[in-house]
Design a protein around this ligand. Structure first.
Ligand SMILES: Cc1cc2nc3c(=O)[nH]c(=O)nc-3n(C[C@H](O)[C@H](O)[C@H](O)COP(=O)(O)O)c2cc1C
Length: 182
């Protein structure tokens, strides 16, 4: 029996490789995972990897044949949504209520007062500290979005600071605990 349904949304950060481990841990624990990926996320990991890990096709294109209502249906079916990794661009997009892609439409179709929507940001520390990012996060928090705070450490760009995605096991454990508590 499934331990719950997670809508797992990947956006274009180098931390997509760590998100693959989160998906793997959730699936191993019996969770049904539906992945969604932006075009930028697919520059970092391929649909074959996401489909192989989750056992389901990846939702990437609002206009794909046979998937016309997925932007509503997937939001209806899931118990919890997790944007992991969440880019600065996507956080700003969500905070502005823009719905030009699957991630934005699913967010607007989500009943924030009924089901948890989480974001796990990952970015360079200057992007993380930028007032635009901080303002978007504050707005998302006001709406009930839960933020998995990034951790301090070295970035792929050679700089160091806050903005790193936490370790995959820690993220998976949080999701599993939330599903068990529902
Ligand atoms: C190599 C590389 C790594 C990147 N890593 C990040 C990152 O960790 N976090 C972030 O916010 N943006 C990062 N970006 C920039 C985003 O990919 C870019 O803003 C993109 O438009 C995000 O689109 P999306 O939010 O629709 O996925 C990176 C770009 C490149 C080329």
């Amino acid at each position: 029996m499934s331990q719950g349904n997670v809508l797992f949304l990947l956006t274009g950060s180098i931390a997509c490789y760590k998100a693959c481990t989160v998906i793997s841990r959730l699936v191993q624990a019996g969770v049904t995972v539906q992945t969604v990926a932006t075009p930028a996320a697919l520059r970092f990991v391929g649909t074959a990897t996401l489909e192989g890990l989750s056992g389901r096709p990846v939702f990437t294109d609002l206009w794909a044949e046979g998937q016309a209502l997925d932007h509503i249906e997937l939001a209806r079916r899931a118990d919890l949504a997790l944007v992991c990794p969440a880019t600065a661009n996507t956080l700003n997009q969500l905070a502005a209520g823009l719905a030009h892609d699957p991630v934005g439409t699913l967010f607007l179709a989500w009943e924030l007062d009924k089901k948890p929507w989480w974001v796990s940001p990952a970015m360079n520390h200057r992007m993380w500290e930028h007032p635009a990012t901080a303002a978007s996060l504050a707005r998302l928090r006001e709406w009930g979005v839960q933020v998995i705070d990034p951790v301090e450490g070295p970035h792929a760009c050679g700089e160091s600071g806050s903005g790193r995605l936490p370790e995959p096991e820690a993220i998976a454990a949080k999701v599993l605990a939330a599903l068990a508590a529902k």
